[in-house]
Ligand binder design. Structure first.
Ligand code: TEU
Length: 558
């Protein structure tokens, strides 16, 4: 246990500033609002806050298009507000990890404004410019958010690469001046005393030589740029350089968002030899419920099969053991709500299944992330209609998949968005049952989930059986019991399609984690030794072999 690093025992709470708490009544969450809610995060027991981007941005992709890395988005406040938030969080022993978005900048960043001004500008090579090929895009890559990944710039007659929206041109990491500029900017934040970085799509920064075409999925129009770009030829080299120049300057926590990562690359990114990052967000389990039609990608509304989920999560648990470190997450600002996706958000089962879904994740090895609202069992926002969506990914999906490419009809697409769209996670935090859920006194920037009168923090805090107190207990257990951090993971019954059960095996004790993924009562015998203690459960008694709807329980024994 002496070798355990602080971030291996920590639980991270993710705050999406735009939707957390508005302090100034403009309808948009802000830094002062987060400060007002620090007591709440402290009460939950989280060790770290990960803040989604708060930097200056034209907000073409909600802050993931940054125009000035060393300034704060005016909607969220100013640098003094940030400094105060950081100090107040530190007073409470809560650390703050910042989002680092350096695969791309905004097209309004000074670097890009210069870069596009002429072919011989100093900053031209900061981005990825190419001549047209036969009057077309330089290759067949599609943007992550539909449409082509290249934009033609009339002024200089070349295309620039944008893996995300047009307003997010990709930086050219091959250029050592780009790397130096990024490292200097990171050091500005390290000098402020922040506690780490969550690195946006860091697996995409090194583009393959020659920018070869991507594979076009059946029925699709564009080549898959994710597969073509992920884990590119120099990415590990660049991260080692970053480690040397920035990350080693303080005891920080780093998590790389690693779209397209596989096990061998994860072991490099998150190696326990501290050469690159501490951990990565892998995406495989997020793709298990994709549409069987690859041209539709994530847009689908069927639930994941438990067997494939088990197989995948167990692979990550087993293969990283003693080599690298996992992050554990069900949701974030890009994903639908955990209880809606993996549990059952009906009135009858919402609370119990939210606790089950949490139990399954929080007893695994890795660092757990809780996305704001998950801890009170917030659900997907079924009341939002096509005209209510704000997210550029959803808007582009409607535009391309329905209107242009005719791959799906509008009603079906709306069902898919209600199951998978990012705005499910982005509706305002539900604090209480007053107007606008206590989020703002103004007009909220995005519609609230219609269920806020029933599902909110003030209700949860008043109910000892709430999802909130269950999360509080899970976090406390992780802090107190070393086996949750160190125990070896062992999956039980991989072919059981209804129950997800596993053990954590320590030197002189074991945990047995049992989760009923269904609304049926199911009989199973796990040979629980006499005298085993129930550590936590979402029912208030133990029915032995009989597992009730969405029952979750954890036994501890020697
Ligand atoms: O997301 C990267 C990413 O892989 C997403 O495209 C993800 O697959 C998608 O959102 C799932 O629907 C990061 C950020 O988390 C996201 O918010 C940004 O939009 C994106 O990068 C571009 O910066």
């Amino acid at each position: 246990t002496e070798n355990i690093k602080w971030w291996q025992k920590a639980v991270v709470y993710q705050v999406y500033p735009r939707s957390f708490q508005d302090a100034d009544g403009d309808g948009i969450g802000d830094l002062k609002g987060i400060e007002q809610r620090l007591d709440y995060i402290e009460k939950l027991g989280a060790d770290v806050i990960w803040l989604n981007p708060i930097y200056s941005s034209p907000d073409k992709d909600n802050g993931y298009d940054i125009s000035n890395y060393e300034d704060i988005n005016v909607k969220f406040g100013n640098m003094l507000d940030f400094d105060r938030l950081l100090a107040k969080a530190h007073d409470k022993n809560i650390k703050i990890v910042m989002d680092l978005v350096v695969n791309h900048t905004s097209d309004q960043h000074d670097w890009f404004i210069e870069s596009r001004s002429s072919k011989d500008n100093d900053k031209r090579d900061f981005y990825i410019w190419r001549d047209p090929v036969n009057g077309h895009e330089p290759n067949n890559w599609g943007s992550f958010f539909s449409g082509p990944a290249w934009k033609f710039d009339e002024k200089t007659g070349q295309y620039y690469l944008h893996l995300f929206v047009e307003g997010q041109p990709d930086l050219n990491w091959k250029n050592s001046e780009v790397r130096q500029a990024v490292f200097d900017m990171m050091n500005f934040w390290v000098d402020k005393g922040i506690d780490g970085f969550r690195m946006d799509v860091i697996s995409l920064i090194s583009k393959p030589d020659g920018l070869p075409d991507g594979e076009v999925p059946d029925g699709g129009k564009y080549g898959n740029s994710d597969k073509a770009v992920a884990n590119g030829p120099h990415v590990h080299e660049y991260l080692q350089e970053m480690r040397q120049q920035v990350l080693n300057r303080a005891d920080m926590m780093t998590v790389g968002e690693a779209s397209g990562v596989d096990i061998p690359n994860a072991i490099k990114y998150a190696n326990s030899d501290s050469s690159e990052l501490n951990m990565v967000f892998q995406f495989e389990h997020m793709g298990l419920d994709n549409n069987p039609n690859p041209a539709l990608g994530k847009w689908y509304d069927k639930k994941v099969s438990l067997i494939s989920l088990k197989e995948n999560l167990s692979k990550w648990q087993n293969e990283l053991t003693d080599k690298a470190w996992n992050s554990l997450y069900w949701d974030n600002h890009d994903q639908p709500r955990a209880v809606s996706r993996y549990g059952n958000d009906s009135e009858e089962y919402r609370v119990i299944s939210a606790k089950m879904v949490a139990t399954l994740l929080h007893f695994m090895q890795g660092t757990p992330y809780v996305y704001q609202g998950e801890e009170i069992g917030m659900t997907n926002a079924y009341n939002l209609q096509r005209e209510d969506f704000d997210d550029v990914e959803i808007k582009n999906a409607f535009k391309y998949l329905i209107d242009k490419d005719h791959l799906v009809d509008e009603d079906t697409m709306l069902k898919y968005v209600h199951a998978k769209g990012r705005d499910n996670a982005r509706t305002p935090m539900q604090w209480d049952s007053t107007e606008n859920a206590g989020f703002t006194t103004g007009k909220p920037w995005i519609k609230l989930n219609a269920n806020f009168k029933k599902i909110n923090v003030s209700q949860a805090l008043a109910d000892p059986d709430s999802v909130f107190y269950y999360y509080q207990k899970l976090i406390k257990l992780r802090h107190e019991l070393a086996i949750i951090t160190t125990g070896k993971y062992q999956l039980l019954d991989p072919d059981d399609a209804q129950i997800y059960a596993y053990r954590r095996v320590g030197k002189d004790e074991q945990l047995l984690v049992i989760n009923n993924f269904t609304m049926q009562t199911i009989d199973r015998d796990y040979d629980v030794p006499a005298g085993a203690e129930i550590l936590i459960s979402n029912y208030n008694d133990d029915a032995g072999r009989s597992l009730r709807p969405y029952e979750a329980k954890v036994y501890r024994f020697a």
